[in-house]
Design a binder for this molecule. Structure first.
Ligand code: ADP
Length: 237
């Protein structure tokens, strides 16, 4: 299998505080990988590094074999990496469909083609009825679904998701879960940060666990959740 993202000795500090400490890991193409760890272990910083929101102090980030460490978020999007956030960052003053068109504003091609694609994606998560609703009028869960499909507009190789299941209604959680699985079957990889370990173990083929900025275990959900260092890291916090 080929990897979609491969990091080597990735490091990032804020002042004297080491948030990510020489981490190396690989995410295979078309897999669903969970990223877990206690609060403050470096998960969000890792996502921020992997989409170019922040630059590493040192280390390598290869996306489909191309070195992108230090490059802009736009470069990461072009290489096929998109992102969702714990608190969805939708554009509240514009409509649902307009939100989906933002990532392709500068793309070549006919506008009607993009509109058709945006409508398909809205329908994919049950939001087509809200096509022309301002995003501010959608529920928190609907905004999460909207942000999820906005991340799919550019046909990414991998979507980085921060807490997609947190604080959403169980029915929305189920739609999110099923649609992640469906897109994955079509070849999209996912790296998902979540505190909801049972949800992750059902969904992921592999899990990476961080503690104090380091990867302390990776492998199958069963192996990682029973790993002594993982149990210790959670009990210690
Ligand atoms: P997690 O997502 O696992 O909770 P984070 O990546 O958010 O962990 O944080 C890892 C560490 O880095 C924490 O100690 C946090 O306080 C620190 N940190 C993260 N972002 C910043 C920042 N912008 N400035 C200073 N410290 C930060």
């Amino acid at each position: 299998m080929t990897s979609v993202i491969e990091t080597q000795s990735l490091a990032k500090s804020f002042g004297g505080m080491t948030a990510v400490d020489n981490t190396s890991f690989e995410i295979e193409s078309a897999t669903i990988v969970g990223l877990i760890g206690p609060n403050g272990s470096g998960k969000t910083t890792t996502l921020n590094l992997l989409n170019g929101a922040i630059s590493p102090d040192s280390g390598s980030i290869r996306v489909q074999g191309t070195e992108l460490a230090g490059k802009s978020s736009t470069s990461f999007v072009r290489a096929g990496v998109t992102r969702t956030f714990q608190n969805p960052r939708v554009f509240t003053t514009i409509t649902a469909i307009e939100n989906l068109l933002v990532p392709v504003l500068h793309s070549k091609g006919r506008g009607s083609k993009w509109t058709e694609k945006a409508e398909e994606l809205l329908s994919f998560v049950g939001l087509l009825g809200h096509r022309d609703t301002p995003a501010s009028e959608l529920s928190g869960g609907q905004q999460k679904l909207l942000e999820f499909v906005r991340a799919l507009m550019t046909d990414p190789h991998i979507v980085l998701m921060d807490e997609p299941f947190a604080g959403v209604h169980p029915s929305v959680k189920e739609v999110m879960r099923e649609r992640i699985i469906e897109k994955n079957k079509q070849g999209t990889a996912f790296l998902i940060v979540s505190h909801e370990i049972p949800d992750l173990t059902r969904l992921c083929s592999d899990i990476i666990c961080m503690s104090d900025g380091e990867v302390i275990a990776s492998g199958t959900p069963a192996d990682v959740t029973s790993h002594p260092r993982v149990i210790e890291a959670y009990l210690g916090h």
